[in-house]
Design a binder for this molecule. Structure first.
Ligand code: SF4
Length: 315
């Protein structure tokens, strides 16, 4: 038993010898840093549907929008339906996961740009692994990312920010959602949402304002789905800077002019790409300690995930 957040992971990324050739694709960030913070649940859909290792390699063929997963070596071996069904099964079994890291380029696990072979032509990079597609269809709110994309600091930060939003949402559900707690949840994510889009923040606010006018469960589900969709957007440096200036407005009276100038200087340094986001945010958090503004203190923007992940050090 563990209190750590659960993440699904393509088993080969954890170093398990489950690939078609009996090998693995060990990823040191996943087995190193992530095991400290998360409970990683290994899943190999191809092994789970009864293909052993080693096994014939598979690929996507046919219509790019709905390809089949077949073997190029064994005529008639088509495991599409098995993988689709297994994706649905995993969605039901792992309903407590808050994110999923998949192996890129795999006809079963890839999230995007998987090669699809069409009538002997050059393969198109337009497919989605059949297992992962089925999982994402069943859990459309679930943060899913490929191990290769996690090497991009912005995408990595975005993924884990969503994982922790998802976790907070699950905790809220377990505690028992109320109209007040839904409003509070939205308010506490204001600046995180504004780092994506002010317009979307307002749109979600309008959804939440319908509380009491429609069934809470239904409203909450639509809200969460829309929230997770908005958070997929990258938070650009320009938008993050706007958020920081917005937050600075709260400190205006509290800070001496010298402190204010220091903070403005760091926001500008960040905006121009000279320092990472962690620099102005850390100073702001320092000033926040002496603030009694409960609204600001409750903003997840300041601490979206454990500091040990060091995600804001490189964006
Ligand atoms: S990519 Fe997916 S199906 Fe292939 S070995 Fe890894 S976990 Fe198994």
């Amino acid at each position: 038993m563990t209190d750590k957040i659960k993440l699904g992971v393509s088993s080969c990324l954890l170093g398990n010898p489950v690939r078609f050739d009996g090998g693995h694709k060990h990823h040191s960030f996943i087995t190193g840093t992530l095991t400290q913070h998360f409970d990683l649940v290994a899943v190999c859909p191809e092994m789970a549907i009864g293909l052993g290792a080693p096994r014939p390699s598979l690929r996507l063929v046919g219509k790019p929008e709905r390809p089949r997963v077949v073997s190029s070596k064994i005529p008639g071996l088509d495991v599409t339906d098995h993988l689709e069904n297994y994706g649905k099964r995993v969605a039901g079994l792992l309903d407590e996961i808050c994110g999923y890291i998949v192996k890129k380029d795999s006809p079963s696990c890839g999230m995007e740009r998987v090669r699809v072979y069409v009538d002997g032509k050059m393969p198109q990079r337009s497919g989605v692994g059949v297992f992962t597609k089925s999982l994402m269809d069943a859990m459309p709110w679930l943060p899913v990312e490929e191990e290769g994309r996690l090497n991009d600091p912005v995408l990595r930060e975005n993924f884990f920010e969503r994982v922790f939003v998802c976790h907070r949402w699950q905790k809220l559900q377990k505690k028992g959602l109320t109209p007040a707690s839904l409003v509070e949840f939205h308010a506490a994510h204001k600046y995180m949402l504004m780092s994506r889009s002010q317009q979307d923040y307002r749109r979600l606010g309008q959804m939440v304002a319908r509380v009491g006018k429609e069934p809470l469960e239904q409203l909450a589900q639509s809200y969460f789905l829309a929230l997770m969709d908005v958070l997929k957007q990258r938070a650009s440096r320009k938008r993050q800077s706007n958020v920081l200036y917005h937050l600075l407005g709260y400190f205006k009276r509290q800070l001496q002019s010298q402190d204010k100038q220091e903070l403005v200087g760091l926001i500008e340094n960040y905006r121009q790409g000279q320092v990472p986001l962690v620099v102005p945010v850390t100073l702001m958090k320092y000033h926040l300690k002496s603030s009694s503004n409960r609204y600001l203190l409750g903003q997840h923007y300041f601490d979206p995930y454990p500091q040990g992940l060091s995600l804001r050090n490189s964006i």
